[in-house]
Design a protein around this ligand. Structure first.
Ligand code: SF4
Length: 358
């Protein structure tokens, strides 16, 4: 039997487990805080727990299940990690330092069942859903690697669920991880600092709108009409654009003051980047009166994907058309390009040339 993974337990679950060991409840709070606030990775370091309890915990449980396989560090400071789970499935995480905050891009699945044609991860298919503990561990590892074990990051931490996998196909574990990470006694990363990106799982968008303490929403759109979106993101055949927009409209009612949701639009040379596509996209957003912003994402070319990035002048022209029709659009600066850290490039390959020996 696998040892119990404590990192994926809520405080209440940890209390039950600690009670089953015959220990007082305050031990559960201590253990939770050692794992999540102090980010300790071994029971030996938990010196304020009695030795006998540490021995019991070591016998029956574990804190770490992800084994680091490779770490890549970009010239721009972005760090990309490739882990293996206990059952040998790949998991990737990206840490992006910025001036005022750090962003950690985590994976929710190993591989992905959706078949977006511009995405390398799609080539793996779905290997399996990650557990809440495996999601939380990615964040703890990245913070420890960047700052040292337990060292408070000097800037705020934002989380984005844009790594490998479709987060809304692993909804329960994703939301559990988000609840664990918001605990003031732990990592204390509130859902308001987390954005989850979906390819358009409509029922989950509707469900997310009903959750009071929920993360922000981003939708990967990639095309302004069904014909093209069916081709680029086959999930569109199940939930076409009109159904997706209707769910967005419903979601919009749950937005808090100052909050907007985002459409991510990957720019593929000669495929979805014409002036006509820009007009169609603006008309779509305006037809539904959505107060959304659009992030234009330069595509990162990678074999064997059949696409090239749009030239910057076309990306800028696309942005101007959206803006001229009242749609706020931003061009995302690619980060970690040299280490294949971009969205849609995870888990499908490693680049030994860039790997740091660990
Ligand atoms: S873009 Fe996202 S949803 Fe689509 S195949 Fe890749 S990981 Fe899955």
């Amino acid at each position: 039997m696998q040892p119990l993974h404590l990192t994926g337990l809520s405080q209440a679950e940890l209390s039950d487990f600690v009670a089953s060991l015959g220990e007082p409840d305050y031990r559960a709070r201590q253990i939770f805080s050692q794992i999540h606030a102090r980010r300790l990775r071994s029971f030996d370091e938990m010196t304020d727990l009695p030795k006998e309890l540490r021995a019991k915990l070591s016998e029956q449980t574990t804190i770490s299940t992800l084994a680091l396989e490779s770490r890549y560090i970009s010239t721009d400071g972005t760090r990309r990690y490739l882990f293996k789970t206990r059952d040998n499935k790949p998991v990737e995480t990206v840490f992006i330092p910025e001036e005022n905050r750090d962003t950690i891009c985590f994976s929710s699945q190993s591989g992905c069942p959706l078949q977006c044609t511009f995405c390398l991860t799609a080539q793996l298919g779905l290997l399996r859903n990650l557990t809440a503990g495996e999601i939380v561990e990615q964040i703890i590892f990245a913070l420890n690697d960047a700052y040292g074990v337990g060292v408070q990051p000097p800037r705020g931490t934002n989380l984005v669920g844009m790594g490998a996998g479709e987060p809304f196909l692993n909804f329960e574990e994703l939301m559990k991880a988000i609840r664990i990470m918001k605990e003031p006694n732990g990592l204390h990363i509130v859902p308001n600092r987390t954005t989850v990106s979906t390819a358009g799982i409509v029922p989950r968008i509707r469900e997310l709108a009903t959750i009071p303490d929920r993360p922000h929403l981003a939708i990967s759109l990639a095309a302004p009409n069904d014909e093209l979106r069916n081709e680029l993101m086959p999930i569109n055949k199940k939930w076409p654009i009109d159904e997706l927009m209707a769910a967005c409209k419903m979601f919009e009612k749950s937005l808090k003051r100052g909050e907007r949701f985002t459409f991510e639009y990957v720019m593929l040379d000669g495929v979805n980047d014409s002036a006509e596509h820009a007009r169609q996209l603006a008309n779509l957003i305006n037809r539904y009166r959505l107060h959304a912003k659009v992030n234009l994402i330069p595509h990162n070319p990678a074999e064997p994907l059949p696409y090239q990035p749009s030239p910057m002048v076309r990306v800028e022209a696309f942005q101007s058309i959206l803006e001229s029709k009242g749609v706020h659009a931003f061009i995302r600066r690619p980060r970690g390009r040299d280490i294949l850290a971009a969205c849609g490039q995870l888990a499908a390959r490693s680049s030994p040339r860039l790997s740091e020996q660990l």
